[in-house]
Design a protein around this ligand. Structure first.
Ligand code: ACK
Length: 308
């Protein structure tokens, strides 16, 4: 079936304004591998009509890719093209989509993914850095910074849900941190619009982020903004535990069983009661009873004020 396309609020913008001459990209260093692509740090001159050279991130397919992988990356590009610039969402700067290989050129987030940033914080308590992660400027975060990060992400998600889009893979690994410590939601490879979700079933061979998924998504492949809110609750848990893996010590099967029985992760040490209440509200079994991203943003703002 062809994708039911909602011509209203998020009509796709034409490709041409985004298209970039490939020779403008000067690839510098491979900085990571995503689910089906590679990400490179690159330099580009005069992107979007701006003056001078800029550092950008470029996502492209690996040397050998399947048609399905190409379709996924194209989908990611299409979703990014529908988004207006938002301070908490990684912005699209251009693409090379007319010729192969398909490249998505986006804003560069110098501090990398939030999961690694959080994990590295644990080592700041030790004298020597035990991580073998790529060397990046050392950041010392306070509890207040962590709350601000959650506010950034709730703000980005509020915008995404207002556009009737579902991210479907919200997790600390998919949040990037820029040089000014602003969180940017990234990785729109799983994102879909709500209209499309009514038409399509999740393909069976897709690797699923089980530990971030709401019970209705696990059991019935039902996705909505409410299921993104569930994932946001897991994201909050990742932030307070400095990047721990959710449901520690449990296998995937045990997690699914645990969640569907109505059990929830316990309050982490150092987590305030009000933040834990917010988390568990995001994990309400009945999807419409979960708070909206607007409510989450308000509650986190109050929490930040209380922290002083
Ligand atoms: O911590 P990282 O370097 O941040 O490891 C992952 C890796 O690519 C796979 O996703 C990095 N990455 C992805 N998009 C960007 C971006 N726009 N700016 C900087 N790094 C990025 C991510």
């Amino acid at each position: 079936p062809s994708v039911a396309h909602n011509p209203g609020s998020h009509a796709f913008q034409p490709e041409v304004p985004w298209e970039l001459p490939r020779e403008k990209l000067i690839f510098k260093k491979k900085i990571g591998e995503g689910s089906f692509g590679e990400v490179w740090r690159a330099k580009v001159d005069g992107i979007l009509g701006r003056r001078g050279k800029e550092i950008v991130a470029v996502k492209l397919l690996k040397d050998y890719y399947t048609p399905e992988e190409k379709r996924c990356l194209m989908k990611e590009l299409r979703v990014m093209q529908t988004l207006q610039p938002h301070p908490n969402i990684i912005s699209l700067l251009g693409c090379c989509s007319v010729t192969e290989p398909l490249c998505i050129v986006m804003e560069y987030a110098a501090n990398g993914n939030l999961q690694d940033v959080l994990r590295k914080q644990r080592y700041t308590f030790l004298q020597n850095d035990l991580s073998n992660l790529e060397k990046r400027p050392k950041i010392n975060l306070t509890a207040r910074d962590l709350t601000i990060f959650t506010l950034h992400v709730s703000s980005g998600m509020q915008y995404i849900s207002s556009r009737d889009l579902l991210h479907r893979d919200l997790a600390a690994r998919n949040v990037l941190l820029d040089k000014d410590l602003v969180c940017k939601i990234s990785d729109f490879g799983s994102a879909r619009d709500i209209v499309e979700m009514r038409e399509y079933e999740t393909s069976a061979n897709q690797k699923l982020p089980l530990r971030w998924m709401a019970p209705e998504s696990l059991l019935s492949c039902i996705y909505s903004s409410h299921s993104d809110v569930w994932s946001f609750g897991v994201f909050l848990w990742e932030v307070v535990t400095l990047g721990s893996s959710p449901y520690p010590g449990m296998t995937s099967e045990q997690v699914m069983d645990f969640v569907q029985k109505g059990c929830r992760m316990a309050k982490p040490t150092h987590c305030s009661q009000s933040l834990y209440t917010l988390m568990t509200d995001c994990w309400h079994h009945f999807p419409p009873s979960r708070p909206s991203f607007a409510t989450i943003h308000d509650r986190l703002t109050t929490l930040l004020e209380e922290e002083g």
